[in-house]
Design a protein around this ligand. Structure first.
Ligand code: AMP
Ligand code: MG
Length: 515
């Protein structure tokens, strides 16, 4: 083992490794040939307590490429099961992920996991590897989601290697180092329920509660509550986080692509970036995963699928919660929480202030308008923020009040729609809803809207540019995109191309489960 490793001094509680041995297999990673660091994140390194200088050391590369174990860590692959595309798939597990260990960082404990560092007993038909294409996509997406303020697993580093990896064609191996407080999934619970092991299920639930949801135990109202009450509370917390996560996804046009129960985080994080996509032109039925021919995971279906997945989690917890009624009650909380979260986010996006009756119709009309023209998702909301609303007639008044020409041009918004007259008619209804108001109010409104309607999202064609450059060994494009994506609400000089919709007639990029 390398001495003086930058990782050496960091405390490693390795709590997952202290669970019963049936929960995982301890095994080393399989090193790659000539690993090369393409990018590392100082911000994520700080979560581990690593200084910036550490990222350029050979010891850092050795660990994040899987060439050497994490000093003081406990390398393992975890077992879980799951439902894939609505069908029970039985045992799955970390087929190409290795948990290196848990590090006590300055803001709390986090786990460090490698994706693509070799085969495990759960690899099934897979090779335990990941390719540059999928790894660049996971790396950039993790940072983009963080920039958008959406709960996500984090990405510490991206490494490529010289090993060829067979996919539809021969591609190049890569490894992403991911960081999260935990990688436990709904499928981790389903695993023990399907095996009829209530003892292990209870151990897992207790582990998750003690570490991440301690108030499930401490905040129980009545002293007479049944012993299983903390597990009901756990389900409630996961319902809550998952429902708000769905609202977060929906309002930026994010499609996960593979919402199988094994890809659902027990912490409500966006987990396992595969054939995900940020929508360009709006289509409620948008399917980002080429393999998902039935559209099970289409954009409009995501909240219902999340609810279905939570139902599977509840079903698993039923092994240790004999009463179905409290589990059902917890599941019933999903819809109101999701709807309230959507209303809150949409009223911010439209600068509506408090939600009023009739706002539902206003928003539904906007979705229909966007659908009819396949208007660009991101630009529609962004341009709406630039059009300070009010009444169409009041722009002259605004300019008079301000004594300057304002960026209050409605044309860029209207230009996003084929049916310009319908767009203008909608703007009129919108302006009526906002009502007349003093200049200062609309300035605040615009600022508020710009702060929640991103200019930069990780569009597929951008990811593709970064991938093609990385495959040629050039990581500069990743760094450039990261800059925009980490601060997606603020227009940055020279980054205009990252805000643009794909050129008309640009080839459609197929993204599938193969990664
Ligand atoms: P996913 O839906 O991509 O998150 O993966 C589903 C299951 O397949 C998980 O158990 C993964 O670990 C496993 N898997 C995916 N790709 C590979 C691979 N190349 N080698 C081994 N296992 C894999
Ligand atoms: Mg997965």
């Amino acid at each position: 083992m390398t001495s003086n490793s930058c990782f050496e001094a960091l405390p490693k509680p390795n709590s997952f490794a202290q669970l019963p041995p049936e929960f995982y297999t301890r095994l080393p990673t399989t090193p790659l040939n000539q690993p090369r660091l393409l990018h590392a994140s100082a911000e994520v390194a700080a979560l581990l307590g690593l200084p910036l200088e550490a990222l350029s050391t050979p010891e850092f590369l050795a660990v994040v490429s899987g060439s050497e174990p994490l000093p003081g860590g406990a390398t393992l692959a975890a077992v879980y099961s799951g439902h894939q595309f609505g069908v029970w798939a039985g045992q799955l597990g970390d087929g190409r992920a290795h948990l290196l260990g848990e590090i006590q960082g300055p803001e709390g404990s986090v786990e460090l996991q490698l994706k693509g560092a070799g085969m495990t007993p759960y690899s099934r038909m897979g090779d335990g590897r990941a390719v540059v294409r999928s790894s660049v996509r996971e790396y950039l997406a993790s940072h983009a989601m963080q920039g958008l303020g959406i709960p996500t697993t984090r990405a510490l580093s991206l490494v490529s290697a010289s090993n060829p990896v067979m996919r539809e064609t021969v591609e190049t191996a890569a490894v992403v180092a991911r960081v999260a407080p935990s990688f436990v999934r709904f499928g981790s619970f389903e695993h023990w329920a399907s095996r009829k092991r209530p003892d292990h299920l209870r151990t897992l639930a207790d582990y998750v509660i003690d570490r991440f949801y301690p108030d499930c135990r401490t905040r129980i109202a009545q002293a007479t509550a049944p012993a299983y009450e903390p597990y009901v509370q756990l389900l409630r917390r996961v319902v809550q986080r998952t429902a708000t996560l769905m609202a977060d996804w929906q309002v930026v046009g994010f499609c996960h692509g593979v919402m199988n129960t094994d890809n659902m985080s027990i912490l409500g994080l966006t987990l396992d970036y595969g054939p995900y996509g940020f929508m360009d032109g709006f289509d409620a039925r948008h399917i980002c995963n080429h393999t998902d021919s039935n559209g099970r995971y289409a954009w409009h279906a995501q909240p219902a699928v999340a609810h279905w997945n939570l139902y599977q989690l509840a079903n698993s917890l039923h092994e240790i919660v004999p009463d179905t009624e409290p589990l059902q009650a917890a599941l019933n909380e999903f819809e109101p929480i999701f709807l309230e979260a959507m209303q809150a986010r949409l009223s911010q996006k439209l600068g509506l202030g408090r939600w009023q009756s009739g706002d539902e119709t206003l928003i539904d009309d906007l979705w229909s308008l966007m659908q009819g023209s396949h208007a660009d998702f991101t630009l529609t909301f962004r341009q709406l923020a630039y059009a300070p609303g009010l009444t169409l007639a009041s722009q002259a008044q605004i300019e008079h009040d301000l004594g300057q020409t304002v960026n209050a041009n409605l044309t860029p918004f209207v230009d996003l729609f084929v049916d310009r007259a319908a767009a203008l008619a909608w703007l009129e209804a919108y302006a009526k809803r906002l009502g007349p108001e003093p200049t200062q109010n609309w300035q605040e409104r615009v600022a508020g809207m710009l702060a929640v309607n991103p200019l930069y999202v990780l569009r597929n064609h951008l990811a593709q540019q970064a991938i093609e450059a990385a495959e040629r060994g050039d990581a500069a494009e990743i760094a450039r995109q990261m800059k925009a994506l980490r601060n997606p609400f603020v227009a940055q000089a020279g980054q205009e191309a990252y805000a643009a919709a794909p050129a008309a007639g640009a080839p459609h990029l197929e993204v599938s489960c193969s990664s």
